[in-house]
Design a binder for this molecule. Structure first.
Ligand code: PMV
Length: 318
């Protein structure tokens, strides 16, 4: 059996993170600049049915049998088998690598889950539809984050920009004109689960205040949608910055992210905000082509440990 390889992109949340957990809409796009990759190589000399896992980025070399059933990798493999109606697969080595920085709001865990589920299904000769792959990744995210909204697994499995509301049909977005973003990592590692749970505790003590802010974010997302569809970056920029200000008020930002947002705006970005779980991780700045160099330099000066440009175009690529 030949080796196969499946990849999945990272993701950028343009608008609406956190509020999306409370049933407000959000907009996200695949980020092809980083990706997770899983290759599956038949291992005919291994004991029948042995699944070797080789994940050098996290220094993991093991077999499926040795993993706890709760381990996200084991969970994805078992859930993929369940979707395929099988209980084992021919002996194989699954090699998992990723260029998506973990704990940084770029969807690293969902991308690994999507690429892994695809590799397992493709290896046994039964590729699964995006919807099933997305569900498998969602179940793994649930185990890790408690109450994921489902936006990460959706945008990554379909690899297209989405307008996403929990529990509703997925709406794919057409992009009028490519959006030019700079993605910058604050270098502060942060757990999405901790951020989501902390916000839930604050919401429980002051529901009115937090629900008003979720509502404001929802209104920004609805206003942003037609601007994205038209490709109106000039009017879109201030909405990003407004969304960041509300996330800041909700306790989702951190000084490092605020500094990057300010630096991007001072250097001429049309708008800027944190992206993803917050508390650290990445931010995005929307720029005109002419300002890209200036803004990137300003972000690096302001402490970004990594920057990359991202063009959000008509369709994401797988
Ligand atoms: O930090 P990430 O990449 O997992 O993004 C989380 C997005 C949240 O809205 C904060 C959580 C969710 O489940 O939607």
């Amino acid at each position: 059996m030949p080796a196969i390889a499946c990849t999945a992109p990272g993701k950028i949340i343009l608008f609406g993170e956190h509020a999306v957990v409370y049933n407000h809409p959000a907009i996200a796009a695949p980020f092809d600049g980083v990706k997770a990759k899983v290759s599956a190589l038949a291992n005919p000399i291994a004991p029948a049915g042995q699944v070797k896992i080789d994940a050098p980025d996290i220094h993991l070399q093991t077999t499926l049998e040795q993993l706890s059933p709760d381990d996200p990798i084991a969970l994805v493999i078992h859930n993929t088998w369940e979707a395929l109606g099988i209980h084992s697969m021919p002996a194989v080595t699954l090699r998992i690598t990723s260029t998506i920085p973990p704990a940084a709001g770029l969807g690293s865990s969902a991308a690994v889950a999507v690429a892994l589920a695809r590799a397992v299904a493709t290896f046994v000769g039964h590729p699964l539809p995006d919807e099933t792959i997305s569900q498998i990744a969602f179940r793994a995210e649930e185990r890790q984050h408690g109450t994921p909204s489902g936006i990460d697994n959706t945008v990554i499995a379909y690899a297209k920009p989405v307008y996403y509301t929990r529990g509703q049909l997925i709406e794919f977005l057409s992009i009028g004109q490519p959006l030019r973003l700079i993605v910058a990592d604050s270098g502060v590692s942060s757990s999405t689960a901790v951020m989501v749970n902390g916000l839930r505790e604050r919401w429980q003590t002051d529901r009115g205040h937090y629900e008003a802010m979720f509502g404001q974010i929802g209104a920004i997302v609805r206003e942003a949608r037609p601007l994205i569809e038209k490709g109106d970056s000039t009017r879109l920029g201030p909405l990003l910055t407004e969304n960041h200000a509300i996330l800041h008020e909700m306790g989702i930002s951190c000084p490092e992210l605020d500094k990057l947002v300010q630096a991007a705006l001072s250097a001429g970005a049309l708008g800027a905000k944190l992206s993803g779980g917050g508390g650290g991780g990445n931010m995005i700045a929307l720029v005109r082509a002419d300002d890209e160099g200036n803004v990137t330099g300003a972000l690096q000066q302001a402490g970004a440990v990594w920057t990359q440009s991202a063009l959000i175009a008509k369709h994401g690529n797988r």
